[in-house]
Design a protein around this ligand. Sequence first.
Ligand code: BES
Ligand code: ZN
Ligand code: MN
Length: 517
Amino acid sequence: MKLMRGFVAVMSMALVPFVASADYLNTTFTFSNQTTTADTRVLLLPQFEGEVSEQGWPTGLSAETVRHLNRAIQAGDFSGKEKQQLEVIAPAGLEELRLLLVGVGAADSVTRATAEEIGAALSVYFNRVKSEQVLVDTRAIDAAEHNARITAAVAHGVDLRNYRFDRYKSKPADRPAQTVHWQVVNNSDAQQQYAAKRALAEGVFLARELTNLPGSDGYPARFAEIARQQLEPLGVEVTILGPEQVKELGMGSLYSVSQGSQHKAHLLVAHWKGSDDQPIAFVGKGNTFDTGGYNLKTAAASILLMQTDKAGGAAVVGAVKALAGERAPVNVVGVVPLSLNMISGEATLPGDVVTAGNGTTIEVGNTDAEGRLILADGIWYAREFFNPRAIADIATLTGAKVGALGTAYSAIFSDHDDIVATLRQAGENTQELVWQLPLGPYPNIVSSRIADMINTGSPGAQAGAIFLQHFAGDTPWVHIDMAGNALNQSASGIHPEGATGYGVRLLAEWAKLYSAQ
Ligand code: BES
Ligand code: ZN
Ligand code: MN
């Protein structure tokens, strides 16, 4: 009986439908310019630095309350500096059990990033105090345009931090069941700006979910089906090529990486046609697990967590979801070559030669340099079938990138100044920072003795980039190496522990900036 039950549980696990991220959060946000009638337990007041006084508080506070707050502000040294918090328990003369003053910094310099970080800190606070009804009175931020923008960014920060990956927990911890009433200057402005941020958050959640999926559950066909299920309802045109089509189209480089796995190569195409402009293409590395192949990752630490090797592809799917979700007026096509880098009697051998979709022959100098093999065909496919005005590829490509830049930046490579400038701006806006590394001069860096090219070379991050540049040809292109950025071991800021969803916000922002110029 016990065994039977175990069996049933395993079966049903496989059949559990993928949670739609729209239902993912258990929070409700309301935006109102009226005084709420809800029975709120926590009152939260954002405060500008140097402007912490009665003027910034709701009207009608009793003299008793004002006296209590002033004493607490003095005793707690609260100045309104960004991210500073002062909690007043049982504030005199108020129904609420807790009042939280939150510093947002100087009035004219509150950035999107700061507001999001503040929201993330609020998520932690809300979950700690377990309050079901929270009132956030933002009216101290009085210019209506600022108020809506900052409120939406704070709410976005709350959402981003609230995500958790719990589908494998037999008893998941309760998800935060809260209603947050945002008291704002103009409710329709705030509502509208938040709606776009909510779409963005759902893109990030989808990327995190895909990235977090263990290797044996997140194989190529499954990844593609999840993307289809999530994107088609938003009006995204989704095409999935199976292994036979990959082979028929000549994408031997993509095909070779999974030929040793029972899960063969796929190619996912997701087209959001929000305008009639020439499309922008995102090409994301969707290597659903990286064993290294016959150049096996033998160190336990290097093979563990290689389910996150699909994070570039997940970022592309998430960015397309975000843009479609907010009905952004941009034309973007996401292309995700999907592979599973495995060994078996049929796997690619080191030294084999494969032929890519554009006819280039490639010597596989190292089966662990598989990312560029699948991206080469992804980039070719994007050019061949979509004639994009620009291509951004994104991938957990090289350990060398982690050595050079760590995880505070991703590395970008491009010969196009307008792409670099807009991508840098997008990085600043979203705090998904990028740092440019050079594409040359590195003569013969990927020259092969026996084939047109080889998939290895030194320096390592540049070799990957220069290899890919060959497939981008004359299409304006950038390569984003996001190795190390896919996963956080512990929660920090807007990121809960686990997959970060890195790249979704960067790509979505970049598509808008680049389309607008
Ligand atoms: N997926 C890895 C890169 C990686 C390393 C991502 C660490 C995240 C964290 C990639 O496929 C890989 O194995 N790259 C090799 C290439 C080498 C064999 C030329 C590397 O960087 O060591
Ligand atoms: Zn890899
Ligand atoms: Mn590898």
